[in-house]
Write a protein that binds this ligand. Sequence first.
Ligand code: SAM
Length: 203
Amino acid sequence: MGMRGFLVISNSARTSSDFSLNDLPGAGRMDVMCRCVNSVFLTSHGMRKDATAYLLLLGPPDPPKLIRMEGSELKYLGPDERNIGGLIRKALGVKVERGERMTSPGIYVSKIHLEELFEMLSDEWDIYYLREDGEDIRNVGLEDGSLFVLGDQNGLTEDQERIVEKFAKATVSVSPLSLHSDHCIIIAHAELDRRSHDEGSSA
Ligand SMILES: C[S@@+](CC[C@H](N)C(=O)[O-])C[C@H]1O[C@@H](n2cnc3c(N)ncnc32)[C@H](O)[C@@H]1O
């Protein structure tokens, strides 16, 4: 487990491998998931090894599918959407009923429902729900072990929000504007980067 986690919940992203890397938007906006993965792990010339990404895909034909990616174990992660889409597609092509299966170094697939997932995550992480009208991230005392939950291009449903709010320590906003999910991830990272840098320089 990394020291920072991001869970992106997509109600539309396809849950089988029968999609084209030339049309990621047509696979239930898989392009949005690919950009989120880029934002979780990639810096200008490096990789955030302390990060974990969870993608909960709930589109047709075989929901739910959870893809977990561990920065400390990942290999072959390129910045472009086709490369990331290829890794996701490979994970979705592996048959899984119980437990979790590794599909590439650092990439795991499983079948788990939202509430069960949160029960598992809340043992490991301090959970924060990212939403436009939340508390300003600059006023929230975040520590290592924070996991941020985001919606897709359409946000979460009310039922999903009720579950997230049951497990979240707080609802947090990164900007007064409504932003793309991948951009919110970059801002949350930057806030944590600032804090660890400030702590380092005052030590
Ligand atoms: C494109 S937005 C979804 C917008 C959608 N129309 C809605 O109302 O939920 C995708 C996700 O990014 C996150 N998000 C967007 N803007 C945010 C902000 N200013 N602060 C925190 N999270 C934000 C939320 O988790 C949201 O579900």
